[in-house]
Ligand binder design. Structure first.
Ligand code: ADP
Ligand code: ASP
Ligand code: MG
Length: 439
């Protein structure tokens, strides 16, 4: 059975890193290796697309040329045989001519998605050629042949399973497959993607589709940490997490995992292991269907949250009001993260405010609405049994100097979420590190 190994942007971020992958991927165990684009590439492709939206063809062409030159250097450093350099140079010409062609066209989100897909197509082909040069047999699996999202932009697991298995069956003796993370097709068959950071999601979907023994996410840190290492100084790696705990942390801002990538693995009970490419011997984190140990394990923060305070006398002693409110969010496909209610008001947070003007227009027909942007959800995760006292107190005590806008506790035994103004995020994470984890 195939293990799934996903390597993120930094793990394929330089010729040396790509070379280092050989020792991690070549062994007797059958594997499907999922690669992200080299770090910086997707951001560069986003910037090129931005210039094309703005019809700034000159700037787009200059950026395309710059990116191509970076890749030419990668090719020179990565390969030693003339034939490999030639083959890889042809690959670059093919992909960069393709990108350059978009400077001549009308530019829409479909063209942008086609451009964004080039990073993963390049990294996987380069690694495949490198393995070939090293005399290691591997097969490149085109993700666009099996990875698909449906009309609601949700991965279509049954389609993925059927088509991936058909692709694998074409190579019965192959032990090493390489495929692209992040990219997929949508229900119209067009090139699409699983959103930024989506290669984790690809790995989880593949692992779930073929019921792999384990999905390994290899990145630049030794597993899930108890707090955001980009914000607070002292953090530690957590050795075990339940699926529920990991899913909460990923959804509420722990960038190490794509927000919804735990769900497919959890659905088919496939363990997820987080490992560090820079320190392969470090234990990392195992995420599985394991009985969680009681206590607070980690905190994460999700920025860019919008809160809507919805107030109406109609809510008083009435039923049906909340349904009317929720139906509006459903109609505009806007997921709600946190909710708190009082007698005549309900506060709701969303992180996707694309449809906010339409949502507001309809809400204002039934209630008074106030909107505040730039809020942050601080999510405290662990096993917090309902019959145990003290957890809510510890969290709120740690945050005693920070104005709290909303609290959500008791929805599950896995988290306490607190909404604060984004300006207090750092202070809140440091305070929790000090008072809950005693750093
Ligand atoms: P990759 O390119 O491999 O997908 P990412 O940059 O997406 O890597 O994710 C790894 C980064 O996530 C780490 O370098 C770290 O800064 C950040 N991160 C944020 N929160 C956490 C956390 N709770 N535990 C570990 N890493 C975290
Ligand atoms: N390359 C994509 C991104 O930068 C996907 C990923 O790295 O997971 O978002
Ligand atoms: Mg990532």
């Amino acid at each position: 059975m195939f293990l799934i190994l996903k390597f993120g942007g930094t793990s394929v971020g330089s010729p040396q890193r790509i070379k280092d992958l050989v020792s991690l991927t070549v062994s007797d165990a059958p594997k499907i290796v999922v690669l992200s684009a080299m770090s910086g590439t997707t951001n560069a492709l986003v910037a090129i697309s931005q210039a094309l939206y703005e019809k700034n063809t000159q700037s787009a062409s200059a950026q395309i040329q710059q990116l191509k030159e970076n890749y030419q250097k990668v090719v020179q450093e990565l390969f030693s045989k003339k034939e490999s350099v030639q083959k890889a140079t042809q690959l670059l010409t093919h992909h960069f001519d393709y990108i350059q062609n978009f400077t001549l066209d009308v530019f829409t989100p479909n063209e942008e998605k086609a451009i964004l897909a080039q990073g993963e197509l390049l990294s996987t082909a380069l690694f495949h050629y490198y393995l070939e040069e090293q005399g290691v047999a591997s097969v490149l699996l085109p993700a666009l042949n099996f990875m698909r999202i449906d009309e609601h932009e949700e991965p279509d697991l049954l389609f993925i399973e059927k088509n991936l298995k058909a692709e694998l069956a074409q190579h019965p003796s192959t032990k090493l497959f390489i495929t692209q993370g992040y990219i997929c097709r949508n229900s119209f068959g067009e090139i699409d993607n699983l959103k930024r950071g989506g290669s984790d999601y690809t790995a989880s979907l593949i692992g779930a589709a073929i019921q792999s023994p384990e999905i390994q996410i290899w990145t630049d840190i030794d597993g899930m940490h108890n707090n955001d290492p980009r914000v607070v100084e002292k953090t530690h790696s957590i050795s075990e997490l339940s699926f529920e705990e990991a899913a909460e942390l990923a959804y509420f801002g722990a960038k190490i995992l794509h927000p919804t990538c735990i769900l497919p693995a959890q659905k088919r009970n496939v363990p997820v292991r987080l490992k560090n490419t820079l320190q392969p011997q470090a234990e990392g984190t195992i995420i599985a269907n394991i009985p969680a140990q009681e206590g607070i394990k980690a905190v994460a923060a999700k920025d860019g949250i919008t809160v809507l305070n919805i107030k109406s006398e109609r809510m008083l002693l009435a039923y049906g009001f909340l349904r009317a409110v929720f139906e509006i969010f459903e109609r505009y496909k806007t997921p709600i993260d946190m909710i708190t209610t009082s007698e005549v008001a309900v506060s709701i947070t969303i992180d996707n405010d694309k449809q906010l003007p339409d949502v507001l227009k309809e809400l204002k027909e039934i209630a008074q609405v106030e909107v505040e942007k730039n809020q942050t959800i601080i999510c405290v995760v662990g096993l917090l049994p309902k019959d145990k006292a003290g957890y809510g107190f510890r969290v709120l005590e740690a945050l005693k100097n920070i104005p709290i806008r909303m609290v959500s506790y008791g929805g599950s035994t896995h988290n306490i979420s607190v909404l604060i103004d984004g300006a207090y995020k750092k202070e809140a994470l440091i305070a929790l590190n000090k008072h809950v984890f005693h750093y």
